[in-house]
Design a protein. Structure first.
Length: 129
């Protein structure tokens, strides 16, 4: 059994992205987006569910925009363009579940720039089933 006090774990992480757990069909990831930062516009071939722990931001999914804050959950179906932006003065902290996994098992990306570089280099690939 894996057990996380997820809001506490997520809020204590200074990293842009940290993979907490990877299973055969899903993956649990925590993210911290700094003030004025963003995840970056992207499209995944996997489903994604994001739950916001603290901070305030803007969700843009398939051209629709919504404000997000603590307790909000956003579903991004596979194939939909999306981005999440921090619009507040504090970090935007969230956890996300990918199905199937999207990132390398155990990956830790300290910054968005590091995450982007590793993805471009093919060093952040999900495990193959």
């Amino acid at each position: 059994m894996e057990h996380f006090t997820i809001a506490t774990v997520a809020e204590k992480s200074p990293d842009f992205r940290r993979v907490l757990w990877t299973g055969k069909h899903t993956q649990l990831v925590i993210m911290t987006i700094p003030p004025d930062g963003e995840i970056g516009e992207e499209v995944h071939e996997v489903d994604q569910i994001l739950t916001f722990v603290s901070g305030t931001g803007k969700a843009i999914v398939s051209g629709q925009t919504r404000n997000v804050a603590q307790g909000d959950l956003v579903v991004v179906p596979a194939g939909h363009k999306h981005n999440f932006l921090n619009t507040g003065p504090n970090p935007l902290v969230l956890y996300t579940v990918y199905g199937p996994p999207e990132h390398a098992d155990g990956a830790v990306h300290k910054t968005k720039e590091e995450a982007d570089r590793l993805e471009e280099q093919g060093k952040d690939e999900p495990p193959q089933s």
